[in-house]
Every structure is written in C-alpha cells, then in structure tokens.
Design a protein around this ligand. Sequence first.
Ligand code: 5GP
Length: 190
Amino acid sequence: MELLKQRILKDGQVLGNDILKVDSFLNHQMDVQLFNEMGKEFFRLFAHKNVTKILTIESSGIGIACIAAQYFNVPVVFAKKTEAKNLDSHTYLAEVFSFTKGKTYSVRVSQKYINPNDIVLIIDDFLANGKAALGLADIVGQAGAQVAGIGIAIEKGFQDGGKLLREKGLEVQSLAIVQSMQNGKISFSE
Ligand code: 5GP
C-alpha cells in the first residue's frame, strides 16, 4: 500500500538493525485517516472471506482493527495481556514470546467472544517472528473457529514470521513489507 510505504519512509525511524519505530503515526500517536485507508485495504483483501469477527492483541492492534471493523461491519475482540479480576474465568490462553520485550507473556480471550461458527480475521500492527499472530491463531483454534487470514500493517520480510505463517497455510496479507533496514535505509519488497 503506497500511502503506508511513503509514510514509513517519511516518518519511520530504524532502531538498531531490526526495530522500526513508527510512534508518530501508528504506535503512539495514531493517524486515523491513514488507518481508515488501511481498513479499506484490509476489507478489499479479505471481503470475500465472510469474516464474522476481527481478533487483535492489545494495545497497538486495537486502533487498526477497530477502523477496519467498520468496513467489515463485525465486532473486534482483543486478546488481553494482563490477568485481571474483571476478566471472565473461562478463557482461551496462549503463550507469546515478545520480540520487542524479549520475554514470554500470556494472552487471554474470554470464551464468550469467539465461538465455533466464527470466521476470524487476525489483525496486528507488525509481523516480526510471527509469535503474536501464531498465539492468536492458536486461540481461534481452541475456540473451534476458523482463521480467515492474517492482516498486518507492516511486515518485516527479513524476519521469519511471514514464512512461518504462510507455510502453515495461513493467508497473510501485509500492507507494507520491509525488505531491509540496513544502515537506517528502509527498502520494501515490492
Ligand atoms: P512477532 O510476534 O511477529 O515476533 O512480533 C510482532 C509484535 O511485536 C507486534 O505486535 C508488535 O507490537 C511488535 N513488533 C515487532 N517488531 C516491531 C517493530 O519493528 N516495531 C514495532 N513498533 N513493533 C514491533
């Protein structure tokens, strides 16, 4: 998606060799007009899948998922990273290794909000090694529901996540695929 690629080139900052910081429009301040274009694009890519629900993970996926959901006209469920007293006791649980934090954490979704009839589109902001998306796909499986596909804003194509998920037969559609970030210079794969 050209608009997103141009924005990454204009405002993205490369940290070290493998972290892309996009706080000014995606991960901290959010450009809602850009999100709207991203939502439209996700709908174009997945409209034929009869999606009944969008699943994402807190926190950065939520904004993108909510705007996309307005096109699909379906609810958004987000996996919670913290255990809280007000979360239902019957939950689906997956362990996720966080690439950015370097540690494993649990994510939970109440069993009320995904059921076996659901066709679930997973949406997230970044795809690195694929652990977050795999955790979400696992939760969909635990619910007996079907994964419609995985919609990612920014895939880092030089990490393994995309390959891993596609090899599992999951349809992954990324709006921008960063091929390399060598010496702070960002290039895209297509
Ligand atoms: P994965 O689970 O695919 O290894 O990593 C994806 C998750 O890590 C995303 O939910 C995102 O929050 C975070 N992440 C991974 N790489 C980056 C990055 O380069 N920049 C930012 N801002 N977040 C990232």
